[in-house]
Design a protein around this ligand. Structure first.
Ligand code: ZN
Length: 407
């Protein structure tokens, strides 16, 4: 039986063309719908003077945060510490720093006030109350994306436009995430599920929300490529839908087997960007244990919270969301085996670098640590594994549903 459950999802509808043209009354009306943004009006936006990029962190910036940004390309980058040092503004500061460091603000003649306004709105439209799908996850994915963009194969071939898209897609890829997964939205008849016909519901919403903010701030309104940016941003964000994991992975594997990825072609570069974003999105198990463990705890907390809502409303409890039937270790071992390992094994074939080996090394160690904590869960995942590092082509629905929540 389909039941309706009232959950709070803050939705800021994308503006119409007329609204985008800057009609003030329309903007005011739209603001009324944007409760989260309205309630959490930003310190940064309130009367802040126009600053140059070197001083943008003025008020909140401390020496330690600045020091950390000097090592923003390090795989050991501690995003949790950076978030604390920036008073919860990691996404704004990290993304602004990267856009500036790559010279994108100057190259695309972006208005720095608009860039800052856009990033603040993006950060505010993530839900702080989500244990996992919040702005810190977005900042973490953006930092990982930066690491991948610096890998030799990508750095040699990507254009500035590609880099701009990659960073923006990473920063916005989970925008306005409600903290529950697509099956939950479908079974509770949520309007977003109807709007997007039960297909990539969350990813479509993240994309459209990002486009809404781009138009609201008119960040790219001076560029002839504005439409193309919006479309390509969508294509990148939609690639993070884990239910389409096999499709992307098979295509990637075929290209690698046939050695025919030609990064001189825009379409191939775009595909590699999609794969890079997919890796960045689920790279938590490839981070050093101290960081990885925190992410594992947070994502499981979010799963179990969904399970609690389902229990309370007598809905069927989604796989991995029942706190009585799962442990953090069991959830992680399945996710690593069926979703993360196959993807990163192919990525390491594509980009056979020290970073890839480091990531696979952490992945192995982290899996061993979780296995030691829950030998039973470890045993059940091994039964389904066909080949180390190249897990089964058809991950169980349990693993996929897990991936769909973690991405
Ligand atoms: Zn994500």
């Amino acid at each position: 039986m389909i039941q309706k459950v009232k959950i709070v999802i803050i939705y800021s509808p994308p503006p119409t063309r007329a609204e985008s043209a800057g009609s003030i009354p329309a903007r005011r009306v739209r603001r009324l719908f944007s409760f989260q943004r309205h309630l959490l009006s930003s310190r940064l936006l309130r009367g802040a003077p126009h600053l140059n990029p070197l001083h943008i962190l003025d008020e909140d910036y401390c020496g330690q945060a600045k020091c950390m940004l000097e090592k923003v390309g390090s795989w050991n980058f501690d995003i949790f510490l950076f978030d604390r040092l920036t008073n919860g503004n990691s996404l704004v500061f990290l993304t602004f720093h990267l856009l500036n460091q790559y010279g994108l603000i100057e190259l695309f003649q972006l208005d720095m006030v608009k860039v800052r306004q856009f990033l603040v709105l993006v950060q505010e439209d993530y839900h702080n109350q989500n244990p996992y799908h919040n702005a810190v996850h977005a900042a973490d994915v953006t930092q990982a994306m930066h690491c991948y963009l610096r890998e030799p194969k990508l750095a040699q071939s990507l254009t500035s436009f590609d880099i701009l898209l990659g960073l923006l897609a990473a920063a916005t890829h989970d925008l306005d995430h409600p903290g529950v997964n697509q099956p939950f939205l479908i079974k509770t008849n949520h309007y977003l599920a109807a709007l997007y016909r039960n297909t990539s519901v969350l990813e479509n919403h993240h994309w459209r929300s990002a486009v809404g903010l781009l138009r609201e701030t008119e960040l790219f309104s001076h560029l002839p490529a504005e439409d193309s940016i919006e479309r390509q941003l969508g294509s990148l964000i939609l690639a993070t839908d884990i239910s389409r994991q096999n499709e992307y992975l098979s295509r990637f594997r075929t290209h690698l087997d046939e050695n025919n990825l030609c990064l001189g072609h825009a379409s191939h570069r775009h595909f590699v960007l999609q794969m890079a974003l997919k890796c960045a999105d689920i790279c938590n198990p490839c981070r050093p244990w101290e960081l990885s463990k925190q992410w594992s705890e947070k994502v499981t907390e979010e799963f179990f919270h969904q399970g609690d809502i389902e229990k309370k409303h007598k809905l069927e409890i989604s796989p991995l969301c029942d706190s009585e039937a799962n442990t953090i270790a069991s959830v992680q071992i399945g996710f690593m085996t069926y979703v993360v390992e196959p993807l990163f094994a192919e990525w390491a074939r594509f980009s056979d670098t020290r970073l890839s080996q480091t990531m696979l090394g952490h992945l192995g160690l982290n899996k061993a640590s979780w296995s030691a904590m829950d030998p039973e869960a470890s045993g059940s995942s091994e039964e389904g594994e066909s080949e180390p590092g190249r897990a089964t082509e058809e991950p169980s629905s349990r693993a996929l549903s897990q991936g769909s929540q973690e991405s």
